[in-house]
Structures are given as structure tokens and as C-alpha cells.
Design a protein around this ligand. Structure first.
Ligand SMILES: [Zn+2]
Length: 358
């Protein structure tokens, strides 16, 4: 990123088809941080903005020209009292793009490609395929084409009561629903010609699954950020048991909409069922009371969340920038401070201190 008082020399206005757009950022607003393959410059018309790019923070005023290299991330925030107005000009600069491509060929380790694990409570639909599996498959095929070594993996995501709930509705056992759904998931991925270096099925549990699970739990148990807290947890007086995850519905503490205790369908923010307003049972509609219980949490210290933010910001790709913005949104709302890592089933806890049962 470079700031000048005239149109940047590197911007070939005569030989390229230039796109242009006028932008207005109202006071206290900012643009989503993003990057792209186009060569771009901005011409500031009025107002005052703060630009974040290339790990730098610079004040912008009327008359400034700002030049961005392809893939250079940028966001601008209006900290003044008037609108911040600028015009953006851009075009595709193939020469610069090929130079970036040459640099990126020089990976010294394998690229890890992870796809969101499907929940084995039914078959995949087109939304799953186009949303998660297609994009990782494109990345994988792209690596194969340009010779980047990669390791791709996926699996199924069990132990949530989405599965319990569906199994009850369909009058089948948990195991039966999981194995039937996994078979349907495998078939869909096969038909879609998606495959992975490693796929961790949840049931019947494979050696790879056991190995990965134990490795993860050992790391979790050893983590200095794993803490035990007493919390008020939704409880059913009728069945005399704690109620958890998607069995709990209630008002979202962020947006007020009725949601379930996992993630709000309306605002997309993560929910701890203990924080839902006026909780009730999502199936029986019984109003739930709150009863204290000890639960395990990961405490996300500011130092750790800052490190993660920097890591995301420095990864020079658009997806990391989307994650950066969303992660910031979670942090701003304060709902990642304590992340529950144990869950209640029936009347007992699924863990004893320092020993998880799965
Ligand atoms: Zn919400």
C-alpha cells in the first residue's frame, strides 16, 4: 500500500479496462476487511478515514491517492463526524498476478484442507455440497493442478442432540440413525466425486477416529485454559434432568429472537444454552428452571484471541479475512469468553474432572 498525491504510476490507465465505483462510509462505520486479485487505487474526495493495510494504520484525507497491490488486504474506518467519500478504480493486472502465483508455489510444508464435518442425522442436500464440500474440493483440485502438496480430511460430527432428536422423531436408535446417515453421506460425496486423504466416520468408530479423539482429549485435558465453573443450567422439573443444546430454546441474548442452545439461526452467533432468556424445552415446550451445576469451559484469554486474530489477518487470502471479520464480531459481542466443552446427557455429567467419557 502506498499513498501519493497523484494517480499511481503503476496504474496503467490507457492499456486496461478500468472499473470504477464511488463509495461513502458514514461516521463510525467501516468496510469489511478484504483482498482481491485486482490492482486498485482509491482517490479520496472528502472526509477523514483510517486505513488498515499491510499491518499499517494510516490517516486518509481529501486529495490522497492510495495504491494497493493485488491480494493486499485493506479496510477503512470513518472516525470523523462527516461522511468519508472516495472513488475506487481497479482492473486485473495479469503480470502482477503471475508474479504472486510464482511466489505461492514455494510452500515448504503440506497445505491442510479441512471441510466442515456433516452431522450424521440425515443425508446431505445440495446446500451442503455447494456450501462446504464444493469449495474444499476446488481447493484440492487446484493444488493437484499446480503441484502443491496437501492433506485433506473430513468426518462426521456426532455427539450432538440433533441426532438424538431426529432419532426419537424417526423412532430409530441413535446408532441406527448414525450408520444409516453416514452411508447416505458417503454415497452423496462419492456421486459428487469428492474424496479425502482421511475421513473420520463417527460410527462404527474407526481406529483413526479413536486415535484422533484421544489425541484431542489429551490436549484438551492438559490445556491450562480448561477450567471448571459453577453455572446455572436449564433443568426440567418434570423429568428431573438437565436439558442441553438443541433441546433448550429461548431468547437469544444478542438479538432477542427465539433460538436453540447451540447457535442463533437469526444472528448467527454462538449460544451457550445457560445464557438463553426464559428457556423452555424445544420439544415438550415445558418452561425450564435454572439449577446450578459444575461444567468444563475453555477460557479464551485476550492474549490467545489476539494471537488468533493476527494469524487470521496475516494469512493472505480472502477466506481468512472473512473469518477475521466474523471472529471479531463474536469477540465484540463477548460470547466467546467461556466456551463450554462438556455437555449434560440425562441426569449425569459426561465427564469427571480430568477424565472425559465419550
Ligand atoms: Zn441471535
Amino acid at each position: 500500500m502506498k499513498i501519493t498525491k497523484k494517480i499511481p504510476d503503476s496504474f496503467k490507465t490507457k492499456t486496461n479496462k478500468i472499473n470504477t465505483r464511488d463509495l461513502v462510509i458514514p461516521p463510525s462505520e467501516k468496510t469489511n476487511i478484504h483482498n482481491h486479485h485486482d490492482r486498485e487505487y482509491w482517490s479520496v474526495k472528502s472526509g477523514e478515514g483510517v486505513l488498515y493495510s499491510n499491518n499499517k494504520k494510516v490517516k486518509l484525507t481529501s486529495g490522497d491517492y492510495i495504491e494497493f497491490s493485488p491480494f493486499e488486504a485493506h479496510t477503512v474506518e470513518n472516525l470523523g463526524n462527516e461522511d468519508f467519500c472516495f472513488t475506487s478504480y481497479w482492473y486485473v493486472d495479469w503480470e502482477s498476478l503471475l508474479a504472486v502465483f510464482d511466489q505461492e508455489q514455494q510452500f515448504d510444508s503440506k497445505l491442510m484442507i479441512e471441510t466442515a464435518f456433516p452431522t450424521p442425522n440425515g443425508p446431505l442436500h445440495l446446500g451442503h455440497l455447494s456450501g462446504a464440500y464444493l469449495i474444499s474440493d476446488i481447493q484440492k483440485r487446484c493444488c493437484e493442478l499446480i503441484g502443491i502438496e496437501y492433506f485433506s480430511y473430513c468426518g462426521t460430527y456426532g455427539h450432538t442432540n440433533h441426532i438424538d432428536k431426529t432419532a426419537i422423531c424417526q423412532k430409530v436408535s441413535y446408532d441406527n440413525l448414525v450408520s444409516r446417515s453416514e452411508e447416505a453421506i458417503f454415497t452423496a460425496l462419492e456421486r459428487f466425486q469428492v474424496n479425502y486423504n482421511s475421513f473420520l466416520p463417527h460410527f462404527p468408530s474407526s481406529e483413526e477416529f479413536q486415535y484422533s479423539k484421544n489425541m484431542f482429549l489429551n490436549l484438551l485435558n492438559a490445556s491450562p485454559f480448561l477450567i471448571e465453573r459453577e453455572v446455572d443450567h436449564p433443568y426440567s422439573e418434570a423429568s428431573k434432568e438437565y436439558v442441553c443444546e438443541s433441546y433448550v430454546a429461548g431468547g437469544c441474548p444478542q438479538c432477542g429472537e427465539i433460538t436453540i442452545g447451540i447457535e442463533c439461526e437469526n444472528c448467527g452467533l454462538y449460544q451457550d444454552e445457560c445464557n438463553l432468556i426464559a428457556p423452555f424445552h424445544s420439544v415438550t415446550k415445558e418452561n425450564l428452571v435454572l439449577k446450578p451445576v459444575n461444567r468444563l469451559y475453555i477460557k479464551l484469554e485476550k492474549e490467545i484471541s489476539d494471537k488468533l486474530l493476527i494469524q487470521m489477518y496475516c494469512n493472505n487470502n480472502a477466506m481468512s479475512r472473512v473469518c477475521y471479520d466474523n471472529y471479531n464480531k463474536y469477540l465484540d459481542k463477548g460470547n466467546l469468553k467461556y466456551i463450554p466443552v462438556s455437555s449434560l446427557r440425562k441426569k449425569v455429567y459426561l465427564y469427571m474432572v480430568n477424565r472425559f467419557f465419550l
